[in-house]
Ligand binder design. Structure first.
Ligand SMILES: *Cc1c(COP(=O)(O)O)cnc(C)c1O
Length: 387
């Protein structure tokens, strides 16, 4: 197997999910049921691998999944996932038959899409469940709050369609100040007040930020993403849920050489060695998802110490300055990011280049093998059926 790999610790994913579950229960009167957890496994579970993550999550209390595309939902169904799968992103009309045959639950916010789904449901001889998405301030998808009751009625009038949920999405819940989220939640409650039998529908609004910052938004279900993978959505949020990164991206030093002072390193010679030193070549680059913007800015962890990335990160390789008398050998492991506090995590890399950990982990490309640790088989038959 190639040197560069992402190790995904499923035991840690389950621990993170258990910590979220405890937080959700603590936020609620013990007489009431805890909210369900919908785990966002879109974008290959933020780069961690949708199917192994979904299977591990099922063992940790997750009972609904969220995907962005129809293809992502079909992948879970083909892997034998039977739980409800919410389709967060809007499909094209031509995707309606695939939604019906895979039994996905789209978030729908207009009658036109509802009719396309109803037609596909009839053709497939099935019922398609939909959740009405209400836009309370994200301005991405969803109906206007004042139209919600009328659209809910139209969707309910379509044969083959079943309205089973109502939801909205927070635009600013990763901020410390939850005032805007609180206003969105109030707008959501106003919008659904006129929908008959809303108590029988699944109400959900909270993403990771609101799970932490706005307990009154938990309602019947939360839509959890980044916290499950071990990161917080915003740097300044309080951190009441103890989680650890699930992914480690590591490689091995495949080449070491001594260079004199003044040597230009990599494309464009954006780095020149200040003194005689040893440069290591790592077979990981931006096509693996290690961002080129980190050139001359990030560090990697080798034998418990951090060494700087020098020169431009290339498509498939990058270079690290080990210093003049390195305590490192060819084929040593080098961690690009992960849970070890001695090295950077994805949030630290994200901060260097002005992005968020979501973008770092979800960009780890398909050519990086994923190695799974901590798999727990609870059902032997199920395990034997895999692949
Ligand atoms: C991705 C997504 C989530 C999860 O967001 P996190 O910030 O990762 O918790 C929730 N809801 C919707 C609609 C999403 O697209």
């Amino acid at each position: 197997m190639r040197a560069t790999r992402a190790t995904i610790d499923l035991a840690r994913l389950r621990t993170n999910l258990a910590a979220v579950g405890a937080h959700l229960r603590a936020a609620r009167n013990p007489a009431q049921p805890a909210p369900r957890i919908c785990l966002a496994v879109k974008a290959n579970a933020y780069g961690h691998g949708a199917v192994p993550v979904a299977r591990a999550a099922l063992q940790a209390g997750v009972s609904v999944f969220g995907v962005a595309t129809v293809g992502e939902g079909v992948e879970l169904r083909e892997a034998g996932i039977k739980e409800p799968i919410l389709l967060f992103g809007l499909p094209l009309p031509e995707e309606a038959p695939a939604i019906a045959s895979a039994g996905l639950t789209p978030l729908c916010s207009d009658a036109a899409l509802g009719r396309d789904l109803a037609r596909a449901a009839a053709a497939a001889g099935r019922t398609v469940e939909v959740h009405l998405k209400i836009d309370t301030g994200m301005e991405r998808i969803g109906c206007r709050p004042r139209e919600a009751a009328a659209i809910a009625e139209q969707l309910r009038g379509l044969t083959g369609l079943r309205l089973t949920g109502l939801c909205t999405h927070f635009a600013r819940s990763s901020e410390v100040d939850q005032e805007y989220s609180r206003a969105q939640l109030a707008a959501f409650h106003d919008a659904i007040a006129a929908i008959p039998d809303r108590d029988r529908l699944l109400l959900h609004t909270a993403n990771s930020g609101a799970i932490v910052g706005l307990p009154e938004s938990h309602l019947d279900m939360v839509r959890l993403g980044v916290i499950a993978y071990g990161y917080y959505p915003g740097g300044d949020l309080p951190r009441p849920i103890a989680v650890q990164p699930v992914m480690e991206l590591a490689t091995h030093l495949v080449y070491l050489k001594r260079v004199p002072a003044g040597t230009g390193i990599s494309y464009g010679h954006t780095h020149r060695t200040a003194a005689d030193t040893v440069i290591a070549t790592l077979p990981a680059g931006y096509a693996d998802g290690y961002p080129r913007l980190l050139s001359n800015r990030s560090k990697v962890l080798i034998r418990g110490r951090r060494f700087p990335v020098v020169g431009r990160i290339c498509m498939d390789q990058c270079l690290v300055d080990l210093g003049p008398r390195p305590d490192a050998d060819r084929y040593d492991r080098a961690v690009l990011f992960g849970p070890d506090p001695a090295g950077p995590d994805a949030a630290a890399l994200a901060a260097i280049i002005g992005t968020i950990p979501y973008e770092i982990t979800s960009a780890i490309s398909a050519r990086v093998p994923r190695i799974y640790r901590g798999e727990k088989s609870i059902n032997h038959t199920l395990t034997c059926n895999l692949r």
